[in-house]
Design a protein around this ligand. Structure first.
Ligand SMILES: Cc1cc2nc3c(=O)[nH]c(=O)nc-3n(C[C@H](O)[C@H](O)[C@H](O)COP(=O)(O)O)c2cc1C
Length: 165
């Protein structure tokens, strides 16, 4: 499908989309015995039957180049007190999990004390402009004991949720 409307200014696009809050996840995999990790805010639930979820990756990302070949993917939904984990996972690709508390769970790196954990396998990789959409099969998911609420990314920064009275 083509886009026949007036061109959208990229800065304006970013500014407006900054008004859309997202989750903060770290998508992980073990590829050729090397742990991979990438901060992903576009993680989304897709289908209940069959259980599908997915995320968008920029096609220029070197880590996506590894994750797209992974047998198993882990989605670590970061908790409100894990902004430092997100910052750690924005380091150079080979250092992202250094110093973090993680273990292998079903073949994918699982970070401790997240708000939620989801293990997935690839279903389809779909072209999406300068991104690709990784549509994935959900194979296992859990909420860790004592999990707290997730951190949110909004307007270019991290936020935590505040309940309304
Ligand atoms: C909160 C947050 C959310 C992000 N969400 C995405 C996303 O959904 N897709 C994406 O491609 N990059 C996203 N990024 C950027 C990537 O994590 C970042 O560009 C990463 O360094 C790419 O991996 P690479 O350096 O190995 O290419 C996000 C970054 C942050 C801080």
């Amino acid at each position: 499908m083509s886009n026949e409307s007036a061109p959208v200014d990229p800065q304006h696009f970013r500014q407006v989309m900054g008004q859309v809050p997202t989750c903060v996840t770290v998508v992980t995999a073990l590829v050729d015995d090397v742990p991979q990790a990438m901060v992903i805010g576009s993680f989304v639930s897709v289908s209940l039957d069959p259980p599908l979820a997915g995320f968008f990756c920029t096609i220029t990302s070197s880590t996506w180049g590894e994750l797209r070949n992974a047998d198993v993917l882990g989605v670590n939904v970061l908790a409100a007190d894990q902004i430092d984990v997100s910052n750690a996972c924005m380091r150079a690709p080979d250092e992202r999990l250094d110093g973090l508390d993680w273990t292998l769970d079903g073949g994918a790196p699982r970070i401790a004390n997240t708000s939620a954990w989801i293990r997935m396998t690839h279903n389809q990789i779909i072209d999406a402009g300068d991104h690709e959409f990784a549509l994935c099969n959900v194979v296992e998911m859990s909420i860790p004991a004592n999990a707290i609420e997730p951190v949110i990314f909004y307007g270019g920064g991290y936020r935590t949720l505040r309940p309304q009275d």
